[in-house]
Every structure is written in structure tokens, then in C-alpha cells.
Design a protein around this ligand. Structure first.
Ligand code: IYR
Length: 328
């Protein structure tokens, strides 16, 4: 796999392809980053962008993980003290998950976001941005109903992080795309380059196949889960046997989260996936790529129950080092 393919595999969107091609031509010494509001324990949403950071490290990039304590505070996630404490725990979780420690820089937002220059640049961006635009950028990030001033400041700070961290590539889930588009538009007004970004897909809720899998609602997988927890969540997951899931009452399309987790979590980290089956059901299956597994599930060759058994096994392997780290 060449550098461009590794950088862009499983991405929902890159902005722009030409800019990513230029980075892929000479990735050594280039830096990519993801920012996370600290939550202490990694969950499957963090793991998705972390997989992309691992791809980028394998392609030659250096990586910054921003533990965005000030952003979490602005997003009403608790007292600043609590958030700081949670941020400390997250660092070791990322390393346990598989980020290359020798090449990952962890930065707390508050290490630079309270400096004079940053603050003045932030005010310059505030002058350039309408409240409506800032609010739109946050539509998929905040949960609260009423819009606070903090939510208008938040995306402007996220935009400003990019030049202040000196990164060449901003990575995030699709819910971050409007913030990155805002950054492309406003950063030139303070003589900074419009940033290049890459967005990972959103994975549907494991239980229902709808919406977005997150830790706050619905079923998610986290580094705190025991093997039994993982097995029971995966066993209860929505996994229609064919490509044509039944229409729902409200007409909202459902995804197959079991397939999505195979595609975005398991195959990027394991070269081959083995599905164990008793001999009377055809014996074990082995896949060296996602497409073949999807085709077998859709044709009926692979039963959802067998796919789920394998999924629980591989998720457990991904989570076990983080679980052990938490027990320390
Ligand atoms: N908005 C992110 C957190 C975040 C991301 C970046 I990239 C930043 O520079 C700052 C904060 C979230 O929703 O978790």
C-alpha cells in the first residue's frame, strides 16, 4: 500500500485531494493531529480516529494528540480541575491502544490556548465570524439546546489550534468537518494557511444501526469493557443478514454496525481475520480483507452469529491492553 492509499483508506472525506497528495509525496517530518475533549477512558469513537493516526504514523507522519481541556470546559463537560485530571488518564490509554509512543506528542490545550498571542488571534477571528456561522459549525458537536457564547468561541479556538500546533493535517470525525471548513475560510484573514483536513466516517449505534455511536447515548464499546461486556454488546448488535435492511417505521435508513466495526476497526489493525465455526457448519473461515467478509455476510455464506463471535474476539484483542492499563 503506498503512502497516499494508507493515508486516505477508510476516510469519508479529504479536503483537498491535491493537498493530501502533496503530503503523501513527502510525508517524513509532516505532522497530523486530532483533538479530543478529555473523557479519561477511550471509547470506540476515539479508537476510530486513533486508527487513522496509526495509519499516518505508518506512512511517516509525526502525530500530535491534543487533549482539549479548554474545549471540554467550553462544552460544559465539568469543572476545569476534573477535566484536567481526566486528560492525564487519556494519554496512557492512547499508547496502550497502539499509538507509537516515540512519535506521538501529547499537548494540553491549556498549555498554549491561554497565552496572550493566542487570545488576541482568537479575538481577531471573532471579528471575522458571524454568530450564525460559528453556531452552524458546532451543530454536530454540542449536545445542549440553548446556544451559549462559549459554543461560538469553541470552533474558532479549534481553528486556531491548527497554526498554533504547527500541524500539516487536521484529522477528525465527520462531525468536525464544519469546524475545519470554517478554519479554511477564516484563518487566511489572520495570514495563516487554510488547513488540510481528513474526516473519518461516523459509525452507527451498535444496538440499533441508527445515528452515531457515542458514549453518551446508545451502546458503545469502551476500554473499560470486560470480555463478557463486549460479547454481550456485540451479540445484541443490529446485524441484518442481507444488504437490504428492513425499512424502519420512521423511514430512517439503518447501517449495519457489525460490518462497520469490522471495516473501520478490525481490518485496519489485523491482516487476517479468522471466523471460527464448527465443522458441521462449514468449518473456520479466513478473510484477508473486509470486502470478502461483507460479501459472505450478504450472500448468507457467513451467519451473523458467527460474524459476531469473531467481532467480539478481535475487539477484545484491541481493547485488552487499554483495559490492563486501567487496572494498573
Ligand atoms: N471538537 C473536538 C475536540 C477538539 C478537536 C480539535 I481537532 C481541536 O483543535 C480542539 C478540540 C470534539 O468534538 O471532541
Amino acid at each position: 500500500m503506498d503512502a497516499y492509499e494508507r493515508i486516505t483508506r477508510n476516510a469519508a472525506e479529504v479536503v483537498t485531494e491535491e493537498e493530501i497528495e502533496a503530503l503523501a509525496d513527502d510525508p517524513d517530518g509532516k505532522r497530523a493531529y486530532v483533538g479530543y475533549e478529555p473523557s479519561g477512558v477511550l471509547h470506540i469513537g476515539h479508537m476510530l480516529t486513533a486508527n487513522k493516526l496509526i495509519d499516518l504514523q505508518e506512512a511517516g507522519f509525526e502525530v500530535t494528540v491534543l487533549l482539549a481541556d479548554v474545549h471540554a470546559y467550553l462544552n460544559d463537560k465539568g469543572s476545569f480541575e476534573e477535566i484536567r485530571h481526566t486528560a492525564e488518564r487519556m494519554r496512557d490509554q492512547f499508547i496502550a491502544y497502539g499509538l507509537d509512543e516515540s512519535n506521538t506528542q501529547f499537548v494540553l490545550g491549556s498549555d498554549f490556548q491561554l497565552d496572550d498571542d493566542y487570545t488576541l488571534d482568537l479575538h481577531a477571528l471573532e471579528l471575522e465570524t458571524t454568530l450564525a456561522r460559528a453556531e452552524r459549525a458546532m451543530a454536530e458537536i454540542t449536545s445542549g439546546d440553548s446556544v451559549k457564547v462559549s459554543q461560538a468561541v469553541y470552533p474558532l479556538m479549534q481553528a486556531l489550534d491548527i497554526p498554533y500546533l504547527g500541524v500539516d493535517l487536521a484529522v477528525g470525525g465527520m462531525e468536525q468537518r464544519k469546524v475545519h471548513m470554517l478554519a479554511r475560510d477564516v484563518l487566511p484573514s489572520i495570514d495563516r494557511e487554510p488547513p488540510t483536513s481528513l474526516h473519518t466516517p461516523l459509525i452507527a449505534d451498535l444496538g440499533t444501526g441508527r445515528g452515531k455511536m457515542s458514549s453518551s447515548a446508545g451502546v458503545t464499546i469502551s476500554m473499560e469493557d470486560s470480555r463478557d461486556d463486549i460479547e454481550s454488546k456485540v451479540n445484541d448488535a443490529y446485524c441484518p443478514p442481507t444488504a437490504d435492511p428492513e425499512p424502519t417505521d420512521d423511514g430512517v435508513e439503518r447501517e449495519n454496525p457489525v460490518l462497520q466495526v469490522f471495516e473501520y476497526h478490525v481490518f485496519p489493525r489485523f491482516e487476517t481475520v479468522r471466523v471460527e465455526r464448527p465443522a458441521e457448519y462449514g468449518g473456520d473461515l479466513e478473510y484477508d480483507g473486509y470486502d470478502a467478509l461483507e460479501a459472505d455476510l450478504e450472500s448468507g455464506e457467513l451467519h451473523p452469529a458467527d460474524a459476531k463471535g469473531a467481532l467480539a474476539e478481535y475487539l477484545d484483542r484491541l481493547i485488552a491492553p487499554g483495559r490492563e492499563q486501567l487496572a494498573e
